[in-house]
Ligand binder design. Structure first.
Ligand code: ATP
Ligand code: MG
Length: 414
């Protein structure tokens, strides 16, 4: 679990702000659900046989003897809230997004943490492929607004309750024939949840899965039409994608569409999936809620930040001005000037310790302030001072009661 400190946090805030802006444009409203839920919620939706529920949840008993879990993902809590607040009675289509920490007891490496942050969204009430396309468009626009290139959209369909059983049966038959060749975990998976074998990170298991039956060959007519229409819509929207029939994703609740955005960047190592999601038309009903189709996704904020740092961009508001004082007697006036300029909306730094002018100028350099203003007896009595550009150049004379206006008139002041 990481501490996020100033210096890094600006990048996080930039990503979060962009997400809020972008998702707002698409009509998604923000929700904030508790960090803790009943363990049963995740068991029933994410699935008992998934890595998440089987191995990765932080589960504990509270003082009332209930089994609770730190949320490992955001889709199940959103669905719970949707049911609990009878949202379907209020509107036929609902669009929600969330930003917040998730918890999974995983082996840590770059881009893989035990507390990590997800930005996710869910659209409830529309079963049409246009909804899938719209939500992918939103992710694609968000990633491009972040300036992230080389991100590939992988797409697949897992069919529905009508056609998946036949695929399951074929897959099990195939896997049984290769039982000796897959890892011990996959041997257990093939009995309980064969789709999970396709999600195994072991290379040998991946090769065996790749040579097995192809889920797309088993789609029933309505699922085939849905998938075809989705692809046409993505093409019409100008969103490039790759059909990857091995894509299953790590949760059990998906029906039909699944997708992943994968970044080709060495900074992420094996943690190259920045986000993914899919359709889950039966989950809400399975949780005891109304029969509402849904499609959603979640992105790893930690991974987005890692990628964004690689671009070398700087985020956060720059310091407009450093107020320095030439003598001890001007310190109160310096503090007051800084206070007034902050009230006027400027980012102003001031050394509250006082000290020599030389040490203050060193601080000014450290803050990256664009200008420094030195306040001494002469300036106080004349009401005039100079703005010294820290990048070099001639001092700019200003009246002390018009510093904010002067700074704003200069290029790129806030
Ligand atoms: P992976 O295959 O990398 O384990 P996943 O299928 O478990 O991913 P999801 O549950 O789909 O991941 O979560 C969506 C996104 O959240 C991932 O694509 C990733 O960017 C991010 N994510 C998942 N687990 C972690 C983690 N432990 N640390 C950081 N980010 C994570
Ligand atoms: Mg995982």
């Amino acid at each position: 679990m990481n501490d996020l400190l100033p210096g890094d946090i600006e990048t996080w805030q930039h990503v979060e702000k962009l997400a809020r802006d972008m998702f707002g444009r698409f009509g998604y409203g923000e929700i904030r659900t508790p960090m803790v839920e009943d363990t049963a919620l995740f068991v029933r939706s994410v699935g008992e046989e998934t890595d998440i529920v089987g191995k990765e949840m932080y589960t504990f008993e509270d003082k009332g003897g209930r089994s609770l879990s730190l949320r490992p993902e955001g889709t199940a809590p959103s669905a719970r809230a949707y049911i609990e607040h009878s949202i379907l009675n209020q509107e036929p289509v609902t669009r929600w997004f969330y930003i917040g920490p998730m918890f999974r007891y995983e082996r840590m490496k770059t881009g893989r943490y035990r507390q990590f942050f997800q930005i996710g969204a869910e659209a409830y009430g529309a079963k049409e492929p246009a909804q899938d396309a719209e939500i992918m468009d939103m992710v694609a626009q968000f990633l491009s607004a972040l300036g992230l290139k080389d991100v590939t959209l992988n797409l697949n369909s897992l069919g529905d309750e009508a056609c998946r059983p036949a695929y399951h049966a074929k897959l099990v038959e195939y896997l049984q024939a290769h039982r000796a060749e897959v890892c011990a975990e996959c041997q257990a998976r093939m009995d309980r949840n064969p789709l999970r074998v396709l999600d195994c990170k072991n290379e040998k298991c991946q090769a065996i899965a790749a040579a097995g039956p192809n889920v797309l060959d088993f789609l029933c007519e309505p699922c085939r039409a849905h998938f075809g229409d989705l692809q046409r819509k993505l093409t019409a929207l100008g969103i490039p994608f790759v059909v990857n029939s091995r894509l299953v994703r790590g949760l059990d609740y998906y029906t039909r569409t699944v997708f992943e955005f994968v970044a080709a960047h060495p900074a992420l190592g094996t943690a190259s999936t920045v986000g993914g999601g899919g359709r889950y038309d039966t989950m809400m009903k399975g949780l005891g809620g109304p029969d509402v189709p849904a499609v959603g996704f979640a992105m790893g904020l930690d991974r987005l930040v890692l990628l964004l740092k690689e671009t070398g961009q700087a985020f956060g508001a720059p310091v407009d001005l450093f107020v320095a004082v030439a003598d001890e007697g001007s310190h109160d006036a310096g503090l007051a000037l800084a206070s007034r300029l902050r009230r006027e909306g400027l980012h102003v730094a001031f050394d509250t310790r006082g000290g020599s002018l030389k040490s203050q100028m060193k601080r000014a350099d450290k803050t990256g302030a664009r200008f420094t203003l030195v306040l001494g007896e002469a300036e106080r009595s004349s009401g005039k001072a100079n703005l010294k550009p820290m990048a070099g150049g001639d001092p700019i004379p200003v009246a002390l009661d018009a510093v904010a206006q002067a700074l704003r008139a200069l290029p790129s002041a806030s």
